[in-house]
Write a protein that binds this ligand. Structure first.
Ligand code: HEC
Length: 241
């Protein structure tokens, strides 16, 4: 079984178990962390699926509203986790998932003018930029931190901390698809940290592939990655209550 499928099985099992309230401290945070990362992966996939539309210079209003986004991300997240993001319970798990979903919808709403500007192809709205904004909005309503990071970061807000740097190095040489879960402390507070590696797919090569140093459509230098290379990780910190 691949790690991805194990994760999905874990999330579904945890959601079911969570309904009858029998998770211990730590396990609860782990279920929250796993599901929130699955949400961000689903959300990024929805942006990727709409990238052509978003980049269409011939069209003004794209109709890619928060409501349209919600429909699509609901389907994507349901496929990945068997959980309906629009029907979350009022417990800690449901609240954490609703928080990230509401944050994502807010980012889409706030980006309407940017997405709908006519006569421009790349508008700075791609999965990574979207993910970073979701993390920033989430911080205003939650004490959970989620980010995308890389040893070769383009945006300084994606810069890894020491903990993430060590793990990214480990992911670079280690077995593919290994994730990392650990209870540790940040600023003296007990937290659960969970990291999931992100690899380069064919669709990433336009911007992150060859030739090294050439400008991509977003005005950044291409890094020369090959398909299957480690690009970075999604990193989440959940306070343990
Ligand atoms: C249209 C060009 C484009 C494509 C295609 C693209 N990216 Fe990026 N990527 C960017 C830009 C631009 C940034 C910097 C984002 C920001 O400003 O927040 C970035 C940042 C990232 C980051 C965050 C770390 C950093 O460098 O700041 C990750 C992880 C990432 N991309 C992974 C991917 C993966 C995986 C794919 C393919 C599935 C992909 N990208 C496809 C343009 C692209």
């Amino acid at each position: 079984m691949s790690v991805r499928f194990k994760t999905i099985a874990l999330v579904s099992a945890v959601v079911t178990i969570f309904g009858v309230q029998c998770l211990s401290a730590g396990e609860k945070e782990e279920s929250i962390a796993t599901a929130m990362v699955e949400y961000l992966i689903s959300a990024r996939a929805v942006i990727a699926q709409n990238q052509k539309l978003i980049n269409d210079a011939s069209q003004g209003d794209k109709g890619f509203t928060a409501a349209v986004y919600e429909q699509q991300v609901r389907k994507e997240f349901l496929n990945r986790t068997s959980t309906d993001i629009t029907k979350m319970a009022a417990d800690d798990f449901g609240k954490a998932l609703s928080d990230i979903h509401q944050s994502a919808k807010q980012v889409i709403t706030d980006a309407q003018a940017q997405i709908n500007v006519p006569g421009k192809d790349f508008k700075g709205f791609n999965p990574a930029a979207f993910g970073a904004r979701v993390g920033a909005v989430l911080q205003k309503r939650s004490d959970i931190q989620i980010k995308q990071t890389s040893l070769h970061f383009r945006a300084t807000y994606n810069k890894p901390d020491d903990y993430e740097t060590a793990l990214l190095k480990k992911f670079t040489t280690g077995t593919k698809d290994q994730t990392h879960t650990e209870e540790t402390t940040v600023n003296g507070k007990k937290v659960l940290r969970y990291l999931v590696p992100v690899y380069i797919a064919k669709s990433c090569l336009n911007c992150h592939g060859d030739p090294i140093g050439a400008m991509d459509i977003s005005g950044h230098k291409k890094e020369g990655y090959k398909e299957g290379d480690l690009r970075g990780a999604i990193s989440i910190i959940v306070p343990v209550k």
